[in-house]
Design a protein around this ligand. Structure first.
Ligand code: DAH
Length: 327
């Protein structure tokens, strides 16, 4: 019987080493170790062994059983482990194939970056509708129907007397109507103008509006805030200057330029000013008690300056070769 056990062990060893298919391996394992398998039938012969030889035969039975289990466990590991895959021509240490993955649009990134700078200065984010009334786009902003300044902010009119907002300054009014000073908000969003498209114009683009109203807010606060913004966005040491300008909703008004070494000149980046008393009054805020400043940044323009983009249309064409540079 001991001989038969030893033979069984050898036979199993041989057979297991030739198997390459997990299904066949299970069958073979059952053939040896199953309840009616070869090991069971050889072991049954223990009854025929003399009392004297029994202890030795018992020991051998145990040893061979453990050995068979080890043989099949090892064969299973070999079939599911990495070395067998590489034998099958698959290198599991290779990087996987990644599903194509999008990233934030450069304009979204710029809006988020500007927003985070102003959040750091205590501003919260406000929002307003893109379909607006004439009141919010013009009248409340101190632009009467017959005022020539309307031309600069002209827009698309809808059939019901509504229009597509031509500036995010509309949100200033909506916020002032709803809340009391101190007010400190920015409002990023889409605006529309009937401009012919070229390298620097698009009939839809993005602005980011800012508004700060409180007691004693002065032009010095405006300058300090926008200086800090320019340093954070374009880098420390960025030179800025303010040029007198005109907007119906601010008095005085100024445009801010930043210096560009690359172009050897000043570039206009935003419009700003002290909120006009008429605007405060219309929105229900007493201009004798409160003052404030406002500004409006062109998001595309900021992105073009920061990243050296020459043509505004690249932001809208969805060419992944362009977009991938910002991922
Ligand atoms: N709304 C102006 C525009 O679209 C930009 C602007 C200028 C916004 C001055 C302001 C401001 O808030 O104070 O050109």
């Amino acid at each position: 019987m001991i001989e038969a056990l030893k033979q069984l062990e050898q036979q199993a060893q041989q057979e297991a080493s030739t198997l390459s298919d997990p299904g066949r391996l299970q069958e073979t394992k059952l053939k040896y170790l199953g309840r009616k398998g070869l090991f069971a039938s050889v072991s049954a012969r223990i009854g025929e062994v003399s009392a004297q030889d029994k202890p030795l035969a018992g020991q051998e039975m145990n040893r061979v059983k453990r050995e068979l289990e080890r043989i099949f466990a090892e064969a299973e590991r070999a079939l599911s482990g990495p070395s067998s895959s590489s034998a099958a021509g698959v290198d599991v240490t290779m990087p996987g194939t990644f599903p194509p993955c999008g990233s934030l649009h450069p304009l979204t990134q710029v809006v988020r970056e500007i927003s985070s700078i102003f959040r750091g200065l205590g501003y919260s984010i406000a929002d307003g509708p893109e379909v607006e009334s004439e009141y919010y786009n013009f009248e409340a902003l101190n632009i009467p129907l017959d005022h020539p300044a309307r031309d600069g902010f002209d827009t698309f009119y809808l059939q019901d007397g509504k229009l597509l907002r031509s500036q995010t300054s509309t949100v200033q009014i909506r916020v002032m109507e709803k809340s009391r000073p101190p007010i400190k908000v920015i409002a990023p969003g889409r605006v529309f103008r009937p401009d012919a498209t070229d390298a620097t114009h698009s009939f839809v683009f993005h602005q980011l509006e800012g508004l700060f109203i409180d007691r004693g807010v002065s032009f010095a606060h405006l300058k300090g805030t926008l200086f800090t913004f320019a340093q954070s966005f374009f880098g420390p040491g960025t030179r800025i200057r303010f040029r007198p300008s005109f907007f119906p909703f601010t008095e005085p008004s100024a445009e801010m330029d930043i210096w560009s070494d690359k172009r050897g000149g000043w570039l206009e980046v935003l419009g700003s000013g002290m909120v006009h008393p008429n605007v405060l009054r219309k929105a229900g805020i007493d201009p004798e008690k409160y003052t404030g400043f406002a500004f409006g940044v062109g998001v595309e323009r900021m992105a073009m300056m920061k990243y050296g983009v020459e043509d505004i249309r690249q932001f809208y064409e969805n060419d992944v070769r362009f977009l991938r540079q910002f991922s």
